[in-house]
Design a protein around this ligand. Structure first.
Ligand code: SIN
Length: 277
């Protein structure tokens, strides 16, 4: 096995692990690597949808997305499509997937299907390191507090993207839930900064002005480049991220002459998480 680190902060590209092998022994190896590096990349993986699902199921029960319709044959697979003539793409700001749910996603297993010749990299940031390196005064202020996370509604996930389809549920409003700002990782026991620019709206117990000021500082801190890694996709890459301990950002740098006019397609499977504590 070969492990190539993507940066000093997090992320590793792995060679020599067979993702079709769903034995406990192989899964434990992958999970140990995930806990250590937080996001893993495996290039040249010609796995079928069934094999993609079998790999994801090793991490736990699968989730269906709050708003988005999965594939007809495989409802747990959400096909994320940036159409040829779209500038924007799904996930183009820092976030942790569905952090507005009572039980936000544990892990995401995503496979690149179609990748533009230029543009569309994804960045990840390490929220364990973000907590460790956060200003001590801010830490003291927020360490026992909770924050409100709200979804931005169906429009954000579906109506903004031509080729994305809703799941037909009637209740398309916002979901809002409270989570501790510092959560404990259920497998490693490490402290993690659990807020994100896209969904975290308010620190409970602070007035609005102070909450806004502190969140702004935290969001700037989380995005510091020395906490991040950046991955340039090739087709048939499988990526697994620990959604409890990273935030991510899919860069929408589709400018004329530099990749605009190309489709980008990813197949995403999410694994159910637990309630942050
Ligand atoms: C996401 O934010 O879930 C999608 C990531 C990507 O397409 O790179």
């Amino acid at each position: 096995m070969e492990v190539k680190l993507l940066s000093g902060a997090l992320g590793a590209e792995i060679k020599g692990i067979n993702l079709k092998d769903t034995s406990d022994n192989n899964f434990n190896k992958i999970n140990d690597l995930l806990l250590e590096h937080k996001v893993l990349f495996f290039r040249d993986q010609k796995i079928t949808e069934e094999q993609h699902l079998a790999l994801a199921e090793k991490f736990g029960p699968l989730e269906t997305h709050a708003y988005v319709k999965g594939l007809d044959k495989f409802p747990e697979i959400v096909r994320i499509i940036k159409a040829e003539d779209e500038k924007n793409q799904w996930g183009e700001n820092w976030h942790s997937d569905v952090s507005y749910n009572v039980k936000p996603t544990k892990a995401v297993i995503i496979k690149s299907i179609k990748i533009p010749p230029v543009g569309g990299d994804t960045c990840f940031s390490n929220m364990e390191l973000a907590w460790e390196t956060l200003d001590e005064k801010i830490k003291e202020k927020i360490k026992d507090k909770k924050a409100i996370h709200s979804s931005l509604g169906a429009e954000f996930f579906i109506d903004n993207y031509k080729k994305m389809e809703g799941n037909g549920k009637k209740n398309y409003g916002e979901y809002s839930n409270e989570h501790p700002i510092v959560r404990t990782h259920p497998e490693t026991g490490k402290k993690i900064l659990f807020v994100n620019w896209t969904y975290t709206k308010r620190i409970i117990g602070l007035d609005e002005k102070e909450s806004d000021e502190i969140l702004k500082k935290i969001f700037e801190h989380q995005a510091r480049l020395e906490l991040t890694c950046r991955f340039t996709w090739t087709e048939n890459t499988v990526c697994i991220w620990d959604n409890r301990s990273v935030i991510h950002f899919a860069i929408a740098d589709f400018y004329p002459g530099r990749g605009l006019g190309h489709e980008r397609i990813m197949d995403r499977i999410a694994v159910e998480g637990d309630q942050p504590h």
